[in-house]
Design a protein around this ligand. Sequence first.
Ligand SMILES: NC(=O)c1ccc[n+]([C@@H]2O[C@H](COP(=O)([O-])OP(=O)(O)OC[C@H]3O[C@@H](n4cnc5c(N)ncnc54)[C@H](O)[C@@H]3O)[C@@H](O)[C@H]2O)c1
Length: 369
Amino acid sequence: MRQVKIGVLGCGTAAHFHASACKYLDNIRLVSAFDVNYENAKKLADIYNLTVSRNYQDIMKNENIDAVLITLPHYLHAELTITAAEAGKHILCEKPMAPTLEECDKMIKAARKAGVKLMIAENHRFLPAHQLIKKTLESGLIGTPLLVRGYEGVDETPDLAKPEHWKGSPEKAGGGVLMDAAVHKFAILNWMLGDVHSAYCWLAKQIIKLQNKAEDNAMMLLKFENGCVGSVVVSDTVFSPPNNRLEFYGTEGTILEDHSWKKPVQIFSTSKEAGEHRYQWFSPDVEHEPFPMYYIISFRNEDAHFAECVLDGREPDFSPEEAKKAVEVALLCYLSAKTGKIVTRSDIEKVAISKGTQSIIEGLEKIYI
Ligand SMILES: NC(=O)c1ccc[n+]([C@@H]2O[C@H](COP(=O)([O-])OP(=O)(O)OC[C@H]3O[C@@H](n4cnc5c(N)ncnc54)[C@H](O)[C@@H]3O)[C@@H](O)[C@H]2O)c1
């Protein structure tokens, strides 16, 4: 059987999502787990029948392992991706690609040099509901998109409230909820609407008051190169099940999406192309189930795609360059929050040349209203 064998680096929440999703797949198998916290590796290994590696070098040297799954705090993504590439392993690395653009570039370069596949695990790109929205936009059913709204809300307060936990730490996570959650939205909005032109952003610290933690809520206003404008709101302090929403308002119709709906996408179109559905809401069939199943569905599709790319020598549909662009939008928003100004992508380029993009995330814990 053609199968990609995976070594898991980091055995927390995301590793468990991947492991439960991979149970449904024949072309990928998690074989070994490493975590700096042995108990976490052991727990994943016991549930999913993996071996435990005592250090990451054992995974890198293991000739039975084709690829690594990096489910580690954000500051480790670049280092482990580069090490894995140099060891000849293909890489599936969780989002965000890395907290700085320079690290993203190094990851891309290392993978290209080694001739291995690098895919950032952006599960939102592989959610059937999002793929349906992309097709609907391309079909012209809602005309030209003029306005978009995106939302993600989760409860991360248990980890954020721990002073030593990496979540929310600018140093280890590259920021708070914006770097963690809004990159999902940026990755899919770039894919659906094209590049962001400029951004304005507010960061708030409403529940997590720890001095070393960054924002727990964020609101961003975006203008896209194609003229569409919109808002993205993300929260780590939502005390109800996790949820995501997208709304697109176009010259000929509307798309509403909500992950908590059984049929997650509703479309209203005034276009003749809508046929019998013209002038009424309709919800096309799409594979979906409310939380937590939409995680498993999107992770399953994502992991299956990564394995196909490795086995068939294809480049991933979600390229590392696109993942870098999502990080760039996050940095655009952080730069706006820091300066209190509307920021364009050329402003980021100037910072990258003068001080490096690390300078944007430094001191984020002090920037909030
Ligand atoms: N796509 C999604 O929906 C989704 C959901 C959750 C997390 N994530 C992403 O997955 C990644 C991990 O997040 P998480 O929520 O699983 O975090 P987590 O804190 O639950 O797990 C991280 C694990 O890494 C281990 N670790 C920390 N430092 C280490 C080191 N130096 N060497 C080895 N192991 C180390 C920790 O012990 C822990 O077990 C992040 O990039 C996060 O953004 C994505």
